[in-house]
Design a protein around this ligand. Structure first.
Ligand SMILES: Cc1cc2nc3c(=O)[nH]c(=O)nc-3n(C[C@H](O)[C@H](O)[C@H](O)COP(=O)(O)OP(=O)(O)OC[C@H]3O[C@@H](n4cnc5c(N)ncnc54)[C@H](O)[C@@H]3O)c2cc1C
Ligand code: SF4
Length: 467
């Protein structure tokens, strides 16, 4: 008998592109309970769920989906939280299309089950009840752990270790905890209230969060252990050091790193002008250099800050862009322009030292390079000027060298990332562990969380069994 065709994926309502391109409210609006149950009914509840193979933290996917279908939403959340402490975040920003959903059996014949949207639904449902359950905390072990950085890696370590009875203090350099989740990813993709709710939850579990505290300046990692009495340290300091193109004119006024541009908008709330008077150039024509998620976020932010034209300049083609397909699609819908197969060669200034234009050259794709992607080659004589008054460089980030440079016992790679054991996060310094972007270089939220989980298990063993 022919297999029954699965019904199509349940669409998620979204703000109209024309309206949302000028506001910072969240773009996808989330499922109603009925929509979530309908989507959950598309799942086959496979005995050997292929989807789990694609999840870096191995969420019990068919189990939580079955509970949603049955209308047991709290049970769905409980199952999710066994493996993922930040489901409302992951349901919004994880690249599910390359992870769990890429393996979903339903996806072989039709569109895969919308696992990420269901995850988001369950987490949002719990928050809307206003009563997030606090699990039982085991008796105190008396051991103290310092966590450097409050991004997804640090928050995961903190949550896991406090639930194992240890005393945890998170030190964060910025004035708000959350890492890239608060300073990088814009409000229209990840509302800051959600990150704040996750941090508040950790505080309720007993985690201490100290902000405006730069480890390496105020205290070194060694001092935390030798003088402040911490028994172990986890370094989850991320990769916040922007890379630049190294082209002439990059020091002109109006050239930003994507990190600075997004931090001014998100964390320092430039988008809520005049309520917050954060300085940021209100440019009319903005060029964004790069083709990843960070570039899409900056381009969409530029529109919302009032730009008439927001132009992505990327040296390869659309198929080679590293950004999530959904982000490219959202950017296109909102009116972001794409100058593909185009490389910037020089930023041109006016007499007052402000950006006036960007000189670019057209590219064509040659043979594949070491990354497996076809190498972009300049087309001779194809230089042209793009009329812009701001440039945002979004070509990648590296870890800040502050911690390794003040902690010589921690070894780094030639890319400046901290060397840590893949299975445990152990660094070359006894009692010090690391994970997330500071080890891998710029990666994803879920990989940072996966690394945090492994390190938390290893730290627990170190504290209770001596490693
Ligand atoms: C704009 C943008 C968009 C992104 N979009 C996505 C996406 O859609 N999906 C996805 O999966 N990933 C995305 N990413 C990547 C993802 O956010 C990162 O991979 C992830 O946040 C890494 O987590 P982390 O905990 O290692 O570091 P981070 O999130 O970078 O957190 C590190 C924290 O450590 C703090 N810190 C650094 N040094 C010190 C110090 N010396 N003392 C105290 N604190 C310190 C920093 O201030 C920061 O708060 C995006 C990244 C950016 C920049
Ligand atoms: S593979 Fe797809 S259908 Fe099977 S359990 Fe996972 S989500 Fe459901």
């Amino acid at each position: 008998m022919a297999k029954k065709q699965r019904p199509p994926r349940t669409p998620m309502p979204e703000q109209d592109p024309k309206v949302r391109a000028r506001n910072f409210d969240e773009v996808p609006l989330g499922y109603t309970p009925e929509m979530a149950q309908r989507e959950a009914s598309r799942c086959l509840k496979c005995k050997k769920p292929a989807c789990r193979k694609g999840c870096p933290v191995e969420v019990f996917i068919p189990d939580f989906i079955a509970e949603i279908e049955a209308g047991n939403f709290q049970r769905a959340v409980d199952i999710l939280k066994k493996k993922n402490s930040l489901p409302a975040v992951c349901g919004r920003v994880c690249p599910q299309e390359n992870q769990c959903e890429a393996y979903c059996i339903v996806g072989k014949k039709s569109e895969p089950v919308a696992i990420g949207r269901l995850e988001r639904f369950a987490a949002d449902w719990e928050r809307a009840q206003g009563d997030v359950k606090i699990p039982e905390i085991p008796p105190k072990t008396g051991k103290r752990v310092a966590v450097v950085g409050s991004g997804p890696a640090g928050l995961t370590v903190a949550g896991d270790l406090v639930l194992k009875g240890h005393d945890v203090t998170v030190f964060e350099a910025l004035h708000k905890p959350g890492g890239v989740l608060v300073y990088g990813i814009p409000e229209f993709r990840l509302p800051k209230a959600i990150v704040q709710a996750e941090v508040d939850y950790l505080k309720k579990l007993g985690v201490k969060v100290v902000t405006n505290f730069v480890v390496g300046k105020m205290r070194t990692v060694e001092e935390l252990i030798q003088e402040d009495g911490f028994d172990a340290v986890f370094v989850g300091a991320g990769a916040g050091l922007p890379k630049f193109m190294g082209i002439p004119g990059e020091n002109l006024n109006g050239v930003y790193s994507a990190n600075e541009y997004l931090t001014r908008s998100n964390l320092m709330k430039a988008y809520r002008f005049p309520e917050y008077d954060t300085p940021i150039v209100r440019a009319k024509r903005v060029a964004i250099l790069g083709g990843g998620n960070v570039a899409m976020d900056a381009a969409r932010t530029a529109l919302r800050l009032g730009a008439e034209r927001s132009i992505i300049v990327y040296r390869r083609g659309r198929d080679e862009m590293p950004a999530r397909a959904e982000e490219i699609h959202h950017a296109e819908e909102e009116g972001v322009e794409f100058q593909l197969l185009t490389n910037p060669v020089r930023v041109i200034g006016d007499d007052n030292g402000w950006v006036r234009a960007l000189e670019c050259i057209r590219m064509e794709l040659g043979e594949p390079d070491e990354s497996g992607r076809r190498r972009p080659v300049p087309v001779e004589g194809s230089e042209f000027e793009l009329d812009v008054d701001a440039v945002v460089v979004a070509i990648g980030n590296a870890p800040n060298p502050l911690i390794p440079s003040t902690t010589p016992a921690i070894q780094t790679s030639r890319w400046g990332t901290i060397q840590a054991d893949e299975a445990t996060g152990a660094t070359t310094m006894v009692g010090v562990y690391a994970g997330g972007d500071v080890v891998t270089g710029a990666a994803t939220v879920i990989l940072a969380m996966g690394a945090g989980r492994k390190a938390a298990d290893a730290i627990h063993d170190y504290l209770t069994k001596g490693g």
